[in-house]
Write a protein that binds this ligand. Sequence first.
Ligand code: KG4
Ligand code: ZN
Length: 346
Amino acid sequence: EASALVLGIETSCDETGAGLVEVFGDGRVRLVADVVASSVEQHARFGGVVPEIASRAHLEALTPTVRRALVDAGCRLRDVDAIAVTAGPGLAGALMVGVAAAKAYAAAADKPLYGVNHLAGHVAVDALEHGPLPKPCLALLVSGGHTQLLLVEDVASSVREIGSTIDDAAGEAYDKVARLLDLPYPGGPPIDRLARAAGAAARDSIAFPRGLTGPRDSRHDFSFSGLKTAVARWVEGRRAAGEPVDVASVAASFQEAVADVLTAKAVRAAAELGVDTLVVSGGVAANSRLGELAAERCARAGIRLRVPPPRLCTDNGAMIAALGAHLVAAGAPPSAPGFGADPALP
Ligand code: KG4
Ligand code: ZN
């Protein structure tokens, strides 16, 4: 069976990723190597990603990360059949490091180069775990920068946004609430851990608002800034009254509010559109309660749920290689040589 090997390069935020994916004649993909270098610790004391620091970290990490991926795969750059790189959306300087490097690799080794969409990569990556994506499927993309519902006809050529956050992304809400609670950055993992340890009863111990779920609100859009403000008010109220803040209860109730809204809206959208598969991806897809509630509600609605493993949910090079592999399998032409980085790519 004919196959091609695709190198994927990802530098849109604070993760430098290089992945290798093999694609077969029938469109199936296989993960061959996946190496990620993160600058997250350099950003931690700022409570968020500092673009300048991220760009410099990519410049230092990129060549060693690509080399490591090739070594892991037991191959050389000349064995690669195509290269894919994140062209956007993301931080401008960070994207430019990856695009410039990918152009250099492609020129040096005379390989076709594809500039691809980071968000589509978050969806495409699931094919590495669960096989080719059904057409159509619905994707709930939840990360530090994005919260969207996408109707995916073809992950490389036909993706329609049917809903998105009107303010904060879900991951951003996690990071901001973690900060309020004096928990480390990024806030998702520690809040998830505390909430899980607190048990089921803690989930409803504080009634936090569910944004945009009123009868007159947009059906597929999300809002998390009101939730964040409600958590801040609650915590400040306690502190002002000299009462202790039960961090685990706050974490569990906040987490429940986020998971409730995300899963309710995704399942309703899938039912309305008559789509039978929901893919949940992006960094927040690693959340334990989100996975649990999505499984419960999808089962009840007769919807197949696909969640990539946590390592593939967060930013990585394999997701870009998977999307590149999809393009190669579809016989898509490479990007125009002059393509640039587009921080606002839709
Ligand atoms: O997709 P990602 O790695 O980077 C982008 O934003 O593109 O997502 C990072 C986000 C952060 O906001 C982080 O707090 C959140 O994902 N996150 C989680 C969990 N693990 C990471 N949020 C909730 N629960 C988790 N277990
Ligand atoms: Zn991402």
